[in-house]
Design a protein around this ligand. Sequence first.
Ligand code: HXC
Length: 259
Amino acid sequence: MNYEFIIANAQVGPYVASIQLNRPKELNALNLQLMGEIRHCLEIFDNDDSIRAIVIHGNERAFAAGADIKQMAGRTAVDMLKIDQFSTWDSIRKTKKPIIAAVSGFALGGGCELAMLCDMIVASETAQFGQPEINIGVMPGAGGTQRLTRAVGKARAMEMVLTGNFISAEEAREAGLINKVVPVELYLDEAIKLALKTAEKSPIAIQLAKESVLKAFDTGLQEGLFFERKNFYMLFATEDQKEGMNAFVEKRKPEFKNK
Ligand code: HXC
């Protein structure tokens, strides 16, 4: 896979792939091509049985400093509407396999939103999260008012969105935005470790579990519980359920076959 702005690695560990955002001079600013490359690569990874979890990362200085302001600066509302960049984001959200964001340095604007689009976030102590769009006369457009508010609550989301203030990795962890904070030299390894842990499980169970957790963002409680229950029942039609439960009873490690 030849990409210009990302580096795809189909095997950073057993069943774990990675995507590195690779526009270091521009602090990985997310231009349309880069987002298209992520989408394309995720579609391939999602359909590859040798991959069960994916890590997305940048470099130590920046995960991503937002959408590419230089690319957007001259655009009109009609241009933006026609470009329809959010269909790419919607498509990324539909990835069935778990995606872990490994964040170091800046995760701002669209960068913070991309991290939030992932299923879990591991950050280095140097990570900074923010929605500074207000400083350039706009506002978040890819989930920064919605996913952030659901994750950290109204008070903190309002402050971040209305003042552009950044929060540190530790503040983000306390607020429930991210999973883990580790020293900078470890953030990628820790993210891969988390991915490896999910990759050991039954991929079908992982897929339906991920889908069910995401459903909690879209529904009321009763409808969500109903959805969860259907997915729970469905797993009893899999060989992996028999294997998982039999292995527990027989006191051995399960061997999941994705069937
Ligand atoms: C384009 C960017 C960029 C961005 C940084 N650069 N962020 N280019 N779009 N979002 C470029 C700079 O222009 C500069 O290039 C180089 O990266 C290094 O950045 P510096 O500003 O020199 O670095 P520093 O002084 O360390 O400041 C880092 C920073 C600052 C605090 C992250 O770059 C910054 O404020 N960036 C913008 C952050 C932001 O507003 N993000 C939200 C974007 S809107 P040159 O060539 O000049 O040296 C958004 C909307 C999302 O994300 C909507 C959904 C998709």
